[in-house]
Write a protein that binds this ligand. Structure first.
Ligand code: ATP
Length: 278
């Protein structure tokens, strides 16, 4: 039976001074072990959802649950929750706090009060795992965007979260760094971490995700496997989200022979994704 890590039930959230709710009766459950993509227009509430996901914000009404239990917003609970739900911000600058890469990665571990030997071991492992060993002593403000992104992921992964939430992690990355990032996420997923990623890149969603959430105006309007979600052409056009290129082509008046080729390619992509699944 499918287990759910994080659940939002009828969640409303309004920023102070704002007229409209950013989350508007959001009900959404994150399935354990999946690679979930969250899509929706600018301003539909994705980042707000993420800020509620690790308790940085509290709903005005409704409930957020972790493994079936309602969030308790006391300090001890939140500190535990933030180890389990790792949040990667859209802008890595927001996340990097220390002078050097090594210090930045150890920052969260020091806050947990772990023994020094344990901290050193985990930092060394993270430096190797995320290809940062040669940058260990480099000042974080001297890094490229792709390197900063890797450090921000290492900062969070060193805490060994069960769910990793990423807000548009491929924004501003070139092809090479996007591929590297996706390879890193694959390793993280294979090691047992559930992923939830907001993105506007529908081709990436189609190739990567095994579950897709579609949000509009602060609520969930559609969810499912990519191949089912992207068949909902009219709804997605109505929401002005567009479609992955392969669906644009499929719906674009192809000959039966051309359609058959596209469908064979789709089949290959689904099979490959299934193999990668849990
Ligand atoms: N700090 C804030 N104060 C007031 N309103 C805010 C604040 N942050 C976001 N909002 C509003 O809340 C709504 C949801 O914003 P949010 O950033 O969650 O959307 P998003 O889906 O992440 O957008 P994007 O795709 O552009 O990142 C928007 O209407 C936005 O203007």
């Amino acid at each position: 039976m499918q287990e759910y890590l994080l659940e939002f039930e009828q969640v409303y959230y309004k920023y102070s001074g704002s007229q409209q709710s950013a989350l508007n009766g959001l009900t959404l459950r994150v399935p354990k072990h999946k690679k979930c993509a969250l899509i929706g227009q600018n301003g539909c509430g994705k980042t707000t959802l993420f800020l509620l996901a690790n308790g940085l914000y509290k709903p005005n009404s409704g409930m957020v649950r972790w493994r079936g239990e309602a969030f308790n917003y006391n300090r001890h609970y939140l500190s535990n929750l933030r180890q389990k739900v790792g949040l990667i911000f859209q802008d890595p600058e927001q996340q990097l706090v220390a002078a050097t890469v090594e210090e930045d990665i150890s920052y969260g571990l020091c806050n947990l009060g772990l023994p020094t030997a344990e901290i050193q071991l985990r930092v060394e492992q993270a430096l190797v795992e995320f290809g940062l060993t040669s940058l260990a002593e480099k000042p974080v403000h001297h890094l490229s965007l792709g390197q900063k992104r890797r450090v921000s992921i290492a900062d969070v992964m060193v805490l060994q979260p069960e769910l990793l939430v990423l807000d548009e992690p491929t924004a501003y990355l070139d092809v090479k760094h996007t591929r590297n990032l996706m390879a890193t996420l694959k390793k993280i997923h294979q090691a047992g971490t559930t992923l939830l990623m907001a993105t506007h890149d529908l081709d990436l969603v189609y190739r990567w995700a095994d579950w897709v959430f579609v949000m509009d105006k602060g609520r969930l309007v559609l969810e499912g496997k990519p191949q089912d979600v992207f068949m909902q052409r009219e709804l997605l056009e109505e929401l002005e989200l567009g479609l992955p290129l392969i669906y644009e082509m499929l719906f674009d008046g192809l000959s039966p022979e051309e359609s058959a080729v596209i469908q064979r390619i789709q089949q290959r992509i689904w099979e490959r994704n299934e193999l990668d699944n849990w």
